[in-house]
Design a protein around this ligand. Structure first.
Ligand code: SMG
Ligand code: MG
Length: 368
């Protein structure tokens, strides 16, 4: 496969409701979409970096820059490019995993569409639908939180994740547990908001029988997570800290986590995400698919990944209407708490050209 060029589109989509985490309140989603053009086919990729470098160091404008200046030109030398060759071609460039992941996804989609192969099959999926959880932001009050959680449970979500931070942790967890009962699958995500000195405070979550606490400490603090994991009974899950299969193996070996959140964007792509799945499976560590408020493109790929056998916990793979009034693809709709795994070639979904144009704020064509 020879690439003709890559189109980069910066889009902005309003969220149906503000989403507050320990690091920011989001009211809309800025993202980059990549369209890989070859003689045989086209493929779509989504770069999950956000407008500001608050979740991680990457951000939309920087991704656009590194893609145009370094990453896309590096693919031009390849006469016979496929999805698997992208990470090799991009390996000389340090970091920038979200930008690389978006580019790899676009090339992989173009390749699989040309071959008529669904992404789920290529990755090794074993299910045709996946159970879905939902991530619930930090709210103004406990009544507002309970009302929001009740709404999601009515819609069929099978697992609730509460965003927490110091001052919004024990009481919201207690309120949700007391209101919705012991059978509710419940977990929390701190996005690095705590320090090891908060160990005794975090141990107060132990009685609530949470599935896991996600990324309580700083991204680089594997040893701290290992110490915390020994001191609390809630299983520690890592998100931000896991940037590759190698770092996943290190974290597991150190005892820094007993569960892993896999986000393809954070780790450089769906192929590395599969390697993390394999490493975790070899260690008996359960994994689940994280979310970055993806459009229908990223959602299609995440649902395909979440259908691999080691994904034994429900993911942050919510229905389109959890995020957007109008998605850029046909919406993903929850059915009995599950989303269907797309079975068409490649991602199995494409953007609606009119909706795409409406939400596009900038376009760059990078010829090769
Ligand atoms: O896509 O449903 C989603 C969002 C899930 O909470 C979610 N993601 O740290 O796991 C996480 C966050 C990162 C993005 S928050 C703006
Ligand atoms: Mg997280």
């Amino acid at each position: 496969m020879k690439l003709t060029g890559i189109e980069i589109r910066e889009i902005r989509l309003p969220l149906v409701a503000p989403f507050r985490t320990s690091f920011a309140t989001l009211t809309d989603r800025s993202a980059l979409l990549l369209r890989a053009v070859t003689a045989e086919s086209e493929g779509w990729g989504e770069c999950v970096a956000m407008a500001d470098p608050l979740y991680s160091s990457e951000y939309v404008a920087a991704c656009s820059d590194v893609l145009r200046r370094f990453l896309i030109p590096a693919l031009g030398r390849w006469e016979r490019l496929d999805g698997a060759a992208v990470s090799t071609a991009l390996a000389p460039f340090r970091g920038h995993r979200m930008a690389k992941a978006g580019l790899e996804m676009a090339v992989l989609d173009a390749e699989l569409r040309a071959q008529g192969v669904p992404l789920a099959r290529e990755l090794g999926a074993v299910h045709d639908r996946v159970p879905c959880g939902v991530s619930v932001g930090i709210m103004e009050s406990l009544p507002q939180l309970l009302e929001t959680v009740a709404g999601y449970l009515d819609e069929g979500y099978v697992r609730i994740k509460l965003k927490i931070e110091p001052g919004w942790d024990i009481e919201p967890v207690r309120a949700v547990r007391e209101n919705f009962g012991d059978a509710l699958l419940l977990q929390v995500d701190a996005n690095t908001a705590y320090a090891l000195a908060d160990t005794r405070h975090l141990a107060r979550l132990d009685p609530f029988d949470l599935l896991l606490i996600e990324q309580p400490l700083e991204e680089e603090d594997l040893l701290g997570h290992a110490q915390l994991a020994k001191a609390i009974t809630t299983p520690v899950c890592l998100d931000e800290s896991i940037t590759s299969a190698r770092s996943a193996a290190a974290a597991i070996t150190l005892g820094a986590c007993s569960v892993v959140n896999i986000k393809p964007g954070r780790v450089g792509g769906y192929l590395e995400a599969r390697r993390i799945h394999d490493v975790c499976a070899a260690h008996g560590v359960p994994v689940w698919c994280g979310g970055m408020l993806e459009t229908g493109l990223g959602r299609a790929a995440n649902v395909a990944l979440a259908a691999l056998p080691g994904f034994t916990l429900p993911g942050d793979t919510s229905g389109s209407d959890r995020y957007y009034r109008t998605d850029i693809t046909a919406p993903f709709i929850l059915d009995d708490g599950h989303l269907p795994v797309p079975d068409g070639p490649g991602l199995g979904v494409t953007p609606d050209p009119d909706i795409l144009d409406e939400v596009t704020v900038a376009t760059h064509w990078v010829p090769l």
